[in-house]
Design a protein around this ligand. Structure first.
Ligand SMILES: Nc1nc2c(ncn2[C@@H]2O[C@H](COP(=O)(O)OP(=O)(O)OP(=O)(O)O)[C@@H](O)[C@H]2O)c(=O)[nH]1
Ligand SMILES: [Mg+2]
Length: 437
């Protein structure tokens, strides 16, 4: 009778089905676990390479963009950076023996020069909390300049950890600090009651002066073309070309302005994103030398490293050490990170950033002067970038993949594509590691 055989068959089929169901359930559970688990991506690279700008693009793409307060703060920062940049161009023109039209007496140009040089950058009306104001004073007070450089090397930081007062005496900084403290107090006091109409008028005159010198003093343009010989903000041209809107004390920054604006990162910031069902934490680390000692504290459990290189900076030196070429420094930094024990099998994504500025620069600069073994056409952007890409990939002594993207971090449209590709890589690698694909 077939009854016994059919029971056995049914048992077998039942157990087979159960095995399959169990396997599917297990796979589903681990899939859910992976989806719920948080991926961690860290942005690394030298100072000013564009890490925070990449983070800003991620915020535009996957979060609610920028807050009102932030837009006000950037308006203030950009205005002051614009005036400061024009001052720097005048000062360095003199050092580089570039004749300036504004040095000729009794002309509208010399009036404009006086107005700009006399302007106290610590303008009333600054918005922000205590720590923002302190950074602001540090950045723009006359005494802050030398101290900022020393802090960039980490020298001042180390001493400050031990004893602030003693270190200031050692560094001969007490006068500078006193000046900064005084300026901070003045700034706080003047905040609510500044004469708004007078300030608005003063800013308008300054904006006109900057516009005049930028457009009609050939010496200023000549000096700007030699800006790689000193330290000038990367977005200076943008600030000058839009100076009238930044002069308005009521101006609220657009997304593009914020992408162009610069606030140096100190420490490491963490931002959480939800991308589909995946949670992604992005760490943005300050890139100047003094900041790098903090990096190691967050190297654990990193899903991927995004290393940002500013390819346009091949003829510039570090802010914190003007004897060191920025791209040479970045190669050494990339080599040590890529081969570090922390990231043995952590995928790296290399952003060859500031491609737009490289294009501009190669029209008038000989790349071979800075990289003598470069074999290609010195004005060919593609060839130069390929050379830099090969140089970076050649220092990877591990078997892990290094994915490469050419980027312009300030361009939202192209960054959307790059960032989607980047998060895909992250997810794929994570699934692979978890044995799910
Ligand atoms: N034109 C252009 N400017 C860029 C690009 N990427 C960044 N910048 C500008 O470069 C400046 C520095 O960028 P940040 O993102 O602050 O640099 P960072 O790497 O975070 O610098 P640290 O915080 O000091 O480590 C900003 O003014 C940006 O607007 C780019 O691809 N093209
Ligand atoms: Mg930054």
């Amino acid at each position: 009778m077939g009854c016994g055989a059919s029971t056995m068959e049914m048992d077998e089929r039942y157990y087979e089905q159960k095995r399959i169901n169990d396997a599917i359930e297990k796979s589903l559970k681990s899939h859910q676990k992976v989806e719920r688990s948080q991926l961690k991506m860290i942005l690394l690279g030298a100072g000013e390479s564009g890490k925070s700008t990449v983070l800003k693009q991620l915020r535009l793409l996957h979060k609610d963009g920028f807050q009102y307060q932030e837009r006000l703060q950037y308006a203030q920062i950009i205005w002051v950076d614009a005036v400061q940049s024009m001052k720097l161009l005048m000062i360095h023109a003199r050092r580089l023996h570039i004749p300036l039209k504004c040095d000729e007496p009794d002309s509208p140009f010399s009036q404009a020069k006086k107005l700009i040089l006399r302007y106290r950058c610590l303008d009333v009306g600054t918005i922000g909390d205590e720590s923002f104001l302190k950074d602001y004073v540090m950045k723009y007070s006359d005494g802050g300049e030398s101290r900022r450089k020393r802090m960039g090397t980490g020298q001042a930081d180390a001493l400050w950890d031990r004893n602030l007062e003693q270190s200031e005496r050692l560094l001969g900084d007490s006068a500078e600090t006193e000046l900064e403290n005084q300026e901070l107090e003045e700034l706080k006091e003047s905040r609510p009651t500044g004469d708004f109409a007078a300030r608005k008028q003063q800013r308008q005159q300054l904006a006109n002066a900057i516009q005049l010198l930028w457009a009609h003093d050939p010496g200023i343009q000549q000096c700007y073309n030699r800006a790689h010989e000193f330290q000038l903000e990367a977005s200076t041209r943008y600030y000058f070309e839009n100076i009238q809107k930044f002069a308005d004390p009521d101006y609220i920054c657009s997304d593009t302005d914020i992408l162009k604006g610069r606030i140096k990162t100190t420490g490491i910031t963490e931002t959480d994103f939800n991308i589909g069902s995946t949670r992604l934490k992005v760490l943005d680390a300050g890139g100047q030398r003094s900041e790098r000692r903090k990096w190691i504290h967050c190297f654990e459990d990193i899903t991927a490293v995004v290393f940002v290189l500013a390819v346009s900076e091949f003829n510039q030196t570090l802010f914190e050490d003007e004897r060191v070429n920025r791209v040479h420094e970045a190669i050494l930094l990339f080599e040590s990170l890529c081969n570090s024990r922390w990231f043995v099998d952590t995928p790296f994504i290399l952003f060859l950033n500031k491609i737009d500025l490289l294009e501009e620069k190669l029209q008038q600069t000989n790349f071979k002067e800075y990289f003598p073994d470069y074999p290609g056409d010195v004005h060919n952007v593609d060839s130069v970038v390929t050379y830099l890409e090969r140089t970076f990939l050649s220092v990877n002594r591990t078997s892990k993949p290094v994915y490469v993207h050419r980027t312009c971090a300030t361009d939202t449209q192209s960054m959307e594509f790059v960032l989607n590709a980047t998060t895909d890589i992250l997810l794929q690698n994570h699934l692979k590691k978890s044995g799910l694909i």
